[in-house]
Design a protein around this ligand. Structure first.
Ligand code: 0PR
Length: 385
């Protein structure tokens, strides 16, 4: 650190230089990200709430009320207005919190878990479950996928054993945007008295609106009896700024065992993994939910799905093998051109690939029709040569 502080202009110049090196969503070339330009109201909200801390919520009662209200709105979106939960840093923390809850509930019943408990997750599950299992000392068991890339529920059933602690279903998979048969997974969970978590980090702000924009949906939320918790990330399709993840539990009894108490906290108790936690993230999530409402999210998704559908048909027309999209994630490949990803990268596109090597596009709100047409022209040259 410098001995003496710099002038504000000097610091700002350094920051601006650094920012110039960043790519911008607005450029419309980022096609592999699940994040996007947040709603502009967030800027004003961050200014208002920048010092607030949910880690000591008794100091910030107003902001805490906004968190409760945000969770109530998210719960209502997910079929349970009485859900409880928290705004956390993202899907990783939300998934970790869910498995932590599952483990602490089991610990409270059987004081000692001797053997490593198992969590059965679909092969399509996000890598955050690996991290969570490592941190919590759990073992991940991966269930096979069907040819449509949803989890093979019979394989989950086969893998359930006396060491199984929890099951995970994915509603909006990272790679393909597919939705698992949560109803069938819930039946297995109820039959075997297992905890069930649904990862709807991406799908949580998509699936509830799919039918409104003319697409097929699938039940995935608290309306299914066995679902104990759901991850839903406002900083993905929720249009809130980073960091904003949501972890929701069916009822309070599920979080009781995660409670920590401390005499030096004004509120005395805390439930989240993070201690000090951004109140600005909470307030801006609240503001975006209130400003957009259902209609705003439907409008947003409608644009994304129209563009996804357009790209799907055009890319198919160019001779690529395409997978019919469930949501605004489009996956395709070309048997004669294994290097599509490389060629698109050379042309300045930021795309990602699946573990099987297909190209994966996430059609977020910052992707425009003009950029989509530009991409199609580049794909056309690739498919010719
Ligand atoms: N669950 C699912 C289904 C996800 O897709 C992701 C992230 C997570 C959990 C973890 O969420 P956080 O990253 O918020 O902790 N999926 C994207 C991925 O890993 C995240 C991402 C976002 C990647 C923006 C790149 C990017 O530019 O691919």
């Amino acid at each position: 650190m410098d001995k003496r502080g710099l002038e504000i202009d000097e610091v700002l110049d350094i920051l601006k230089e650094a920012r110039k090196k960043d790519l911008k969503y607005e450029d419309g070339r980022i096609l592999g990200s699940m994040c996007t330009v947040p709603h502009p109201v967030s800027l004003e909200v961050y200014r208002l709430f920048y010092e607030t801390n949910m880690g000591d919520a008794a100091l910030f009662k107003g902001t805490k009320e906004l968190e409760k209200e945000s969770i109530r709105m998210l719960g209502a979106l997910l079929g349970n207005e009485n859900a409880c939960g928290f705004i956390v840093t993202g899907g990783t923390e939300a998934n970790l919190t869910a498995l932590w809850a599952a483990k602490s509930i089991k610990k409270s019943i059987k004081e000692d878990i001797k053997k490593k408990s198992q969590v059965i997750v679909p092969q399509s599950a996000h890598f955050s479950f690996e991290k969570a299992a490592d941190i919590l000392g759990l073992e991940i068991v991966r269930a096979r996928l069907n040819s449509d890339m949803t989890v093979d529920v019979r394989d989950i059933e086969k893998k359930v054993c006396k060491d199984t602690l929890a099951l995970v279903g994915v509603a909006g998979s990272t790679e393909y945007g597919t939705i698992d048969d949560i109803t069938a997974i819930s039946d297995i969970a109820l039959e075997n008295d297992l905890y069930l978590h649904v990862d709807a980090a991406f799908g949580g702000f998509v699936i509830p609106f799919l039918e409104d924009v003319g697409y097929r949906s699938r039940p995935f939320d608290f309306s299914i009896k066995g679902v104990n918790s759901i991850t839903i990330d406002p900083h993905k399709m929720g249009m809130a700024p980073i960091p904003s993840g949501g972890i929701l539990f069916r009822d309070r009894s599920l979080i009781e065992y995660m409670k920590t108490s401390s005499p030096y906290l004004t509120e005395k108790t805390q439930y989240t993994l993070s201690g000090t936690r951004s109140g600005a993230a909470v307030a801006s999530t609240y503001a975006v939910l209130k400003l957009l409402g259902r209609e705003g999210y439907i409008e947003n998704l409608k644009r994304c799905m129209e563009l996804t559908d357009y790209l799907y048909h055009e890319i198919k027309g160019l001779g690529f093998d395409t997978i019919n999209p469930t949501m605004n994630i489009l996956v395709f490949s070309h048997k004669d051109h294994k290097d599509v990803l490389e060629r698109l990268t050379e042309k300045g596109w930021i795309v990602s690939s699946t573990r099987r090597g297909e190209i994966r596009l996430v059609i977020m709100p910052h992707v425009t029709k003009d950029r989509a047409d530009e991409l199609l022209r580049d794909l056309e040259t690739i498919s010719w040569h």
